[in-house]
Design a protein. Structure first.
Length: 220
């Protein structure tokens, strides 16, 4: 009973630090997921329907980033950006690294989903007078979205978990904030478990969002 009361006291004392770290993790993850999804959608479309020369740079980007550990990617962006004359903060460098990582995975998800749709459907759209954009909007993407969503949810939760790596470049996200609190009160197990619970809340919210969208696009 005393230990629980003591932990609650420490939790109250550390509430602002934890809240700041929690919000930073959400902000960084959301930024990376949204921007990475936009980049990945565009790259996936080019990889599926572009010509050889337009596909080449995107193929290089996807293969390079997917073959690079996200930890190395975050460090590379953080140290290479200033060397190239681009002055960015640690948060911006971390968010950019996660965005590039997310974009490469979403690109492959989109490419695979679109290629799974029979190409005859695109030809059928042309036959009834639909432009490529109309065929994409009304015929191909609604079908592909049903295949994209489950894998996109998994990739998004991976980005949230990968956001903990930003602590190595000094971003005070949830993990680093928790470590700073533990260094003061030495309640290692309690605060790591609490941090894990907060990460679970973020990922569960993403899962609920994915389920909601899946229901909206499901066939009646």
């Amino acid at each position: 009973m005393y230990e629980a009361h003591s932990w609650l006291q420490e939790l109250w004392i550390a509430r602002e630090t934890l809240l700041s770290g929690f919000l930073t993790s959400i902000e960084c993850s959301a930024l990376a997921i949204i921007c990475g999804t936009v980049i990945g959608m565009f790259a996936g479309l080019v990889l599926t329907y572009g010509n050889v020369w337009s596909r080449l740079p995107f193929r290089f980007y996807v293969d390079l980033i997917r073959g690079t550990p996200v930890f190395v990617l975050v460090l590379a962006v953080f140290y290479m950006a200033p060397a190239l004359g681009w002055q960015i903060s640690a948060f911006q460098a971390g968010a950019l690294g996660l965005t590039l990582f997310c974009g490469s995975h979403v690109a492959e998800i989109v490419r695979g989903s679109l290629q799974a749709i029979p190409r005859g459907q695109l030809e059928a759209g042309k036959a009834i007078g639909l432009t490529f954009g109309q065929s994409l909007s009304y015929v191909l993407l609604p079908q592909a979205l049903r295949q994209i969503l489950p894998t996109w949810v998994n990739s998004s939760t991976e980005i949230v978990k990968a956001s903990t790596l930003l602590s190595v470049i000094g971003v005070a996200e949830l993990l680093l904030s928790t470590q700073q609190i533990i260094a003061r009160n030495f309640m290692t197990l309690q605060f790591y478990l609490f941090a894990g619970f907060l990460f679970f809340i973020i990922n569960y919210a993403i899962e609920l969002l994915g389920r909601h969208i899946e229901k909206r696009v499901a066939l009646p």
